[in-house]
Write a protein that binds this ligand. Structure first.
Ligand code: FES
Ligand code: FES
Length: 176
């Protein structure tokens, strides 16, 4: 993905038009130059599926895909996303004829979520990661998941869900 930067001249006090393709649909909103992409999605466009936790890049709750690449929306300015495709958790089923994706179904089957606060970000990271690495080892998967904080699950269900959806049996990871 090319570097994220706005080509427009921005002024701090003005709200600037930001046009994105959100889950396949063109959307335009307005943002001050310092507005975070996470806040732009939630408050300007009403896309509340993206969660906001730490707001400084640690927890991973706000992860979305920009032009296919998983990115922390709390570390990205809305104006940097102008002209980009943004995919959020709402778009997963939209791209699957309205049904949950195999990964989402596996999360449900393996109780990979409890409060669900972290889940949207983890799903968006995983969809990018599994596109690039469709058969991760458990060690690779756990390394990837270390970029996400989940207070509820202990990660065991998440690991089982991903192993399941990538074609490995639950028994292989039954010791987690
Ligand atoms: S809210 Fe973005 S990483 Fe925590
Ligand atoms: S399911 Fe509650 S924080 Fe992860």
């Amino acid at each position: 993905m090319p570097p994220l930067k706005s080509t427009s001249v921005l002024t701090a006090e003005a709200r600037h038009a930001v046009s994105i393709v959100l889950n396949g649909t063109p959307r335009t909103g307005h943002a001050h130059p310092r507005l975070l992409l996470s806040d732009f999605l939630r408050h300007e466009l009403g896309a509340h599926g993206t969660r906001v936790g730490c707001e400084h890049g640690v927890c991973g709750a706000c992860t979305v895909r920009i032009d296919g690449v998983a990115v922390r929306a709390c570390l990205t300015l809305a104006v940097q996303a102008d002209g980009r495709r943004i995919d959020t958790v709402e778009g997963l089923s939209q791209g699957n004829e309205g049904r949950m994706t195999a990964l989402q179904e596996a999360f449900r089957r393996h109780h990979a979520l409890q409060c669900g606060f972290c889940t949207a970000g983890i799903l968006m990271s995983l969809t990018d990661y599994l596109d690039r690495n469709p058969k991760p080892t458990e060690e690779e998967l756990r390394d990837m998941l270390s970029g996400h904080l989940c207070r509820c699950t202990g990660y065991a269900g998440i690991v089982r869900a991903v192993m399941d959806v990538t074609g490995r049996t639950v028994r292989e990871v039954a010791h987690v």
